[in-house]
Design a protein around this ligand. Sequence first.
Ligand SMILES: *Cc1c(COP(=O)(O)O)cnc(C)c1O
Length: 379
Amino acid sequence: MFDRFVDFVREIYQTDTFIPLHEPRFAGNEKQYLLDVIDSTFVSSVGPYVSEFETKIGEYTGAKHAVATVNGTAALHIALLLAGVEPGDEVITQAVTFVATCNAIHYCGAEPVFVDIDAATLGLSPTALSNFLECYGERRDGGIYNKSSGKRIAACLPMHTFGHPCELTGLLKVCDGHGIPLVEDAAEALGSRLNGQHCGTFGKLGVLSFNGNKIITTGGGGMILTDDEDLARRAKHLTTTAKMPHAWKFAHDQIGYNYRMPNLNAALGLAQLEQLPSFVECKRALAERYRDWAQANGAHIFAEPTSAQSNYWLNALLLDDMQQRDAFLEYSNAQGVMTRPLWELMPDLPMYQHCQRDSLAQSRYLADRLVNVPSSVVL
Ligand SMILES: *Cc1c(COP(=O)(O)O)cnc(C)c1O
């Protein structure tokens, strides 16, 4: 099966050289917009491309407000602060995620608590979340507290793994029932929808990333999505060093952050965004080819959950066990076809080892077996 897989990927990408997991594609107005920015001299965080990019992302996702940031991690940091996360709090998230999710929680002075995912979505499980809160949640002082740690549970931060939407309807129901704000890490999910609604627009706030390996890129960049006008205004204020608008005076009314996206990056982003619909189409077609191949070869590939329209940012094969996974990783990478296991589970990293978690049964099962395979856009 391994050699047939490598042949199949080479056939897709039509090359004998190294095939990366994901590479950006610049086939639109990128150079034109970038030259325009340089000629204008407005290369930094003031400039028309930033607001244009925000407006277009708002239109594409259906979010009322979009605030552009230097990267997705910074967007997560601000989104959590605005959701009300404070030092000493806890935030419930998944063990299966990129480390930025947990780091952003830590930047707020809070700690992650890890709850299991669903095998059908690869995202936070509403059942596991509900079970955790039934077991440890305690309502007092106008909030919900963790009986085991005594800390306040300030937010819930699910992540849409590889672009596949979590079961947001179920998660929202549990969060609303316990009075916990939901913030979506939709860093991988630009172009993904659940029942037609774009990921990142279900919670109080949502976050996108435009890092070089995401479905579209600004070099580095992120976005905070929200329907709440006041939260959007505060997001913009906090990410621009909390500078008070004034023609010449430099005054700040709180400790802010230098997190605003530069005009240069927004120009790249705008050109990329124009191509996003075709990228999503290509990626969905690629996922279908992988699915057909898997079916014909007795392999298992992860497919979008029902009622979801995934961007298929990264495709994932499900191997039989860890031994087969490691043999597959060894073989494909030696053949110049890049493949990668799931991230190390967050509570297995030294900085998050002490954090509370449930059984994480599904997370561990999948972490031992899932492998990402090349998923760049092919036309
Ligand atoms: C990419 C990513 C982020 C944000 O990353 P940046 O590189 O800071 O833009 C956050 N969470 C997840 C799950 C990601 O994949």
